[in-house]
Design a protein around this ligand. Sequence first.
Ligand code: GLA
Length: 402
Amino acid sequence: MRSWKASLVSAVLVSQGTSALNNGIGLKPHMGWSSWNVAQCNAASASYALDTANKFISLGLKDLGYEYINIDDCWSTKSRDSSGKLVPDPAKWPNGIKAVTDKIHDMGLKFGLYGCAGQKTCAGYPGSEGHEASDVAQLASWGVDFWKYDNCYTPCQQNPRPQTCNSPTGSTKTWYAPMRDAIIGAQNTRKINFNLCNWGRDQVWTWGADYGHSWRMSVDNWGDWASVERIGSAAAGIANYSAPGGFNDLDMLYLGSAKISATEEKLHFGLWAITKSPLVLGLDLNKISANTLSIIRNKGLIDINQDPLGKAATTFRPPGAAAPVNGKIYPYWAGPLSDGVVVGLCAGTSAGTYSVNFKDVPGLGAGSYTWKEMYTGQTGNGTSVSFNIDLHDMRVVKVTKA
Ligand code: GLA
């Protein structure tokens, strides 16, 4: 079932004679792993994909819902073959792509690849501009389940085109339409989860649900606190655009980065979870710490992220609380769940005691409630909650009617 919003969009488009991307997948934020943060181009290989798939099983991640093994930029050779086809780099894919997707499917997991709407990918590999239908046919023949689509070397007034154009010809919307249409055209052969990686350009959240199943709403997460702050704070204003079938993508989880602390990882994961971002691990599962592992295996947080209602949490201002500050993570967040309400408390700018009366929370009201906090495991009943929270830490409380 698509949301009312997506269904309405589809109905409008059908009446205009265009078909919307509505292939029954992507109804929850996708969960998985991506190669890019691990070792950039060097991780775009069969061995990384298969090793990660094995780790999904041995670390219990598959059972928690982590599903997609996504290979990012640099998986192909630098040129297409004589018939215009993409060529998997033989050094990275000695038996081709299909041999890998077959194994990953046999393990009950899914496989994704990366492409670009311009002439070249961001790292300079062949882009799909002008090759959309043929590339999708190739993906379908390999059994690819997911396609991240970037926006480098796209139409530009500058010649030659730069990696990122400041004087574009057209917009990301016009550049992404041919690939969206190719994916719709191939839907009877293979349903592909389509991720728009256009860094929030052209207010993608306002049209992304008709073009893909998720869309990057910002430039990259660079693995530091400043990135968590920049992206997390921006998620508040666009929460309403996320719904089953189309989600704001806050970018890969850069957990285990030397640039953020163990405490900051909790806020990073918790905020991505309650805002219904895809949960895509951007880390080497061979080097994961016990702390990071316990965060990414937090079933309570995953269940909140995967709640079938698919509504993103946003900020609310309790009586007496200071106003939000642009670019800073506001302390008070809430969002509806199919069986309750999630309240997020973020110590984004100062450590302290953070309290909430349930009567002030959108979706709740006067009365007594049962609650559970997902990081500490604390539970309780009553009309309010209160936590001492360290700087850059977070508490995530699921509230249900007592
Ligand atoms: C862009 C994207 C990143 C990654 C790289 C690969 O920067 O935003 O997520 O895919 O390209 O080159």
